[in-house]
Ligand binder design. Structure first.
Ligand SMILES: [Zn+2]
Length: 485
């Protein structure tokens, strides 16, 4: 041996299934050996003594440099968001290419490719389908999927981007034909609209009423419906950002029946609270995201669903809106804007893995293997990146995080390394922190210093894979998705 470019020596290697003391040999961008006392002659040695060696995080749901219909974009550039990823131990992301009404998908996707290539973190996209007109369904979706973007995203709510049930069925059918998974933002659009109208008329406009406009029942109903319609089409789906046990139960019930339905949650539903939106003045706007953060009972219920395997992925749902800048971000419509006019979403690229490690592993709720599955392996598998990403194995990309499981850190915004001027997790104490991040064989972060070069990102094209193949079970045997409508 002795042929490695780098050897990560003396750490404890943790994958989704194992914890072993071993060295990791890296040649170029690839892991080429895992073994005891690997030869290090000629290799750069990276000392992992006292550290865990984890697969680089895969964050399969984050909004980076996403465009709004008015042409403005979320504040993080791909380069800045990449730094945040590496600072928090994440080495791959799936972000979004957003179609707006009337747009064909080809130019939309090309624009996002152009932007993402300027970053450092490896990336793929979920193609957001906002307007599934015939040419999009017939021509564009098959082309997008064939190009390696093997997941579509739909919103069942939000004025600008929601699709109705009939359109959702068209997207499910198109995904089934093309061999893609569909991810779903599940909240009931009309119920939110009705409650919002009443709240505004009653003068209840403060940030906290964001949660009042979208109680859990609205998410549970939409989750149930999203699953039922997916069952009708026989199309695998993932429910995004499950906020509590009620929607999780809908997913569990579907999984019990053998449906291909997966669930994701995010740190904001585990450590934030509806009461955060009731902080004085406009402060509550920092925490406005959808679904809304709930409470302790919901967080406890989510941990239960995580342990049961109902929810098997934790993403950041990172959304880059600053809080303190006048005229943009959360203040886009002023500091007395009603909750309906506060941009939704919280930043969280760098905070994701430390929070899940601390709240999960350090507090004894989950074991190390479960942590790796939640933050890396399962997303890689569900979205077709495995075994290149999500594990530590010969042949996999050398994406590693050297993790100090005992280090105590108080989260502050400057540790997050995003372009956003606040973190909703300010002041949260965590135990466990990434010390070194290695992406495709290069050390890209050490002790908080990011050294990667903008433009070093790679697009992760995703080919066909078995996990998301439809089951072949249709309610009455008639496959309507085979007919182009
Ligand atoms: Zn999102």
């Amino acid at each position: 041996m002795g042929s490695f470019d780098r050897v990560v020596r003396g750490g404890v290697v943790v994958t989704g299934s194992d914890t072993v003391r071993a060295d990791v040999g890296i040649t170029g961008e690839t892991i080429t050996a895992i073994g005891l006392d690997l030869a290090t002659d000629g290799a750069e040695v990276i000392d992992a003594g006292g550290l865990l060696v984890l697969p680089g995080g895969v964050d399969p749901h984050c909004h980076i440099e996403q465009l709004d219909p008015d042409g403005s974009s979320y504040e993080d550039s791909f380069a800045q968001a990449s730094a945040a990823c590496f600072a928090g131990g994440t080495t791959s992301v799936i972000t979004f290419a957003a179609q707006f009404k009337g747009q064909r998908l080809g130019p939309v996707l090309a624009e996002y490719h152009r932007r993402a290539a300027q970053g450092m973190v490896d990336y793929s996209f979920h193609q957001i389908i906002n307007d599934p007109f015939y040419a999009v369904v017939q021509e564009d979706i098959p082309e997008v999927v064939a190009s390696g973007v093997r997941s579509l995203k739909v919103f069942l709510t939000y004025d600008d981007v929601r699709i109705d049930d009939r359109q959702y069925l068209r997207v499910l059918a198109a995904a089934r034909r093309a061999g893609a998974i569909v991810t779903v933002h599940a909240e009931n659009y009309d119920a939110i609209g009705w409650l919002t109208e009443a709240l505004l008329k009653a003068g209840m406009t403060a940030p906290k009423y964001h949660a009042w406009a979208r109680p859990t029942v609205i998410e549970r109903e939409a989750t149930h419906r999203a699953i039922a319609l997916a069952e009708l089409v026989d199309q695998p789906i993932q429910i995004f950002h499950v906020s509590g046990p009620e929607p999780a139960h809908e997913i569990a019930a579907a999984q019990d029946r053998g449906l291909k339905v997966w669930g994701e949650t995010c740190p904001q539903y585990l450590v934030l609270d509806a009461a955060d939106m009731d902080r004085p003045g406009f402060e509550g706007a920092k925490f406005v995201c959808s679904p809304a953060p709930r409470g302790q009972a919901e967080s406890d219920g989510l941990w239960q669903a995580i342990r049961a395997g109902t929810i098997d992925i934790i993403s950041s749902d990172h959304s880059g809106h600053s809080f303190y800048k006048e005229g943009i971000g959360k203040q886009r419509n002023g500091t007395d804007a009603p909750f309906t006019r506060i941009p939704n979403g919280v930043p969280g690229l760098a905070a994701r893995m430390p929070i899940i490690f601390s709240e999960g592993v350090s507090k004894g709720r989950i074991d190390l293997q479960t942590f790796v599955r939640l933050t890396s392996l399962n997303a890689a598998k569900l979205f077709g990146l495995y075994p290149r990403k999500g594990t530590i194995a010969p042949g996999a990309d050398a994406d590693l995080v050297l993790w100090d499981p005992t280090r105590k850190v108080t989260i502050t915004n400057n540790l997050m390394q995003h372009a956003i001027d606040y973190t909703p997790y300010e002041g949260l104490e965590v135990t466990g922190w990434p010390q070194i991040t290695i992406a495709r064989g290069r050390v890209v972060m050490q002790d908080g210093v990011v050294t990667a070069e903008p433009g070093s990102a790679k697009f992760l094209a995703r080919g066909p894979y078995d996990l998301i193949r439809p089951r072949g079970v249709l309610p009455n045997g008639f496959d309507a998705s085979a007919i182009m409508i």
